[in-house]
Design a protein around this ligand. Sequence first.
Ligand code: SF4
Length: 460
Amino acid sequence: MLLRHTTADVAERRALTVNPAKTCQPIGAMYAALGIHGCLPHSHGSQGCCSYHRSALTRHYKEPVMAATSSFTEGSSVFGGQSNLLQAINNIFTIYDPDIIAIHTTCLSETIGDDIPQIVAKSRDDGKIPKGKLVIHTNTPSYVGSHVTGFSNMVKSVVDYFARPCDNKAKTVNIIPGWVEPSDMREIKRLTGLMGIDSIVFPDTSDVLDTPQTGKHAFYPKGGVTQEELGRIGASQATISLGPTASEAAGKQLETKFHTALHNLELPIGIKASDLFINALRKEMGVAVPDEITEERGRLIDWIIDCEQYFHNKRVALFGDPDQLVALSQFLLELGMRPVYVVTGTPGKAFERRMANVLGDDVPEAKVRQGAGADMFLMHQWIKNESVDLLIGNTYGKYIARDDDIPFVRHGFPILDRVGHQYFPTVGYRGAMRLVEKILCALQDRQDRDSPEESFELTM
Ligand code: SF4
């Protein structure tokens, strides 16, 4: 009963967020940077920020996440962080020898107003950046946006730093996968591979944050999009950006600078969104959809038909990142469920429009909120007024689930108290099957628990 003080009386709040459904920008920038091969993320701020960001990622991915920090002290807070960053760049290349340093800012360095490109230019002029090595940066002031904004900012910066003009377009497609698990990035590559398409997925944290145990530690794992691949994204025939909040900015940058055709899609979670993804690939690249993918889709539909009765009209509350929530809500409707409460702490009016498009007139009772006031406290209050059959969200939802005795499916970032999410995809048709299994098991476990003796069935 940790949340016993949550009341059912909803009061409009303007200046207070309680249990936010988001975390801070640099975490997203750090996650995106890890998806570049040989890249060491660098946090330009205090040690505490960097420790928090690293530990949040390490706890979720169950892998040791490496990053450096400018290690601000009182002096840097007053006089600026230039000398710390110059020293850091020199130390990092000397000791850790990355191919790339990806700098992101923090609240403190943004408030001071440190000019990162100027500091990096000075470092280069001073001969502190070895030949062939790169320092890139993005701005991530955490008093605006969220971890998803930070991810988006870093991916857009990757386009700015790496994409080069080209005389002729190549028969490749850029795929910006959004903030998804390493397993999802691997699944996206598997699907494009089955279709015989040459893709450049960036960022790509597969084989970085889901590495196999070999008995040897690799400071820079073998995964991640390479510099050579990033150098070719300007030549690609098209870009598919998955999840507008996380990926659209980078896709638009490629479109504006290099006239790369842009398909701005929702995350391919569920049947319709996966269909749109596969169809965009098929049409853009002029290929046929192989039987293997068609059969995966057929198995998913068969399974949903088999268990539709367990999903029908079940009320669901969900919270987390906008791209995940829009796609998940669409999939819940495909299952016959009702996403009635949907909140994200990531600000942006477009979220409410996207959700309205998905929900249409199917769930007139739905409540959708975004931004500072859209916190887990508000969602809990809605639940206290009229409960739900299922809660979907990150680990922090477990307190609401326990308090109101609601079946709970963990999905999104961060998941700190379970394992497996980094290994099993939820995108594509196979990913949707995993989601169906997780939702179904949560509902049926509850049905078993609550059944009186006379209706406790062996076969359900
Ligand atoms: S919110 Fe700002 S001060 Fe806090 S950890 Fe994030 S970057 Fe650092």
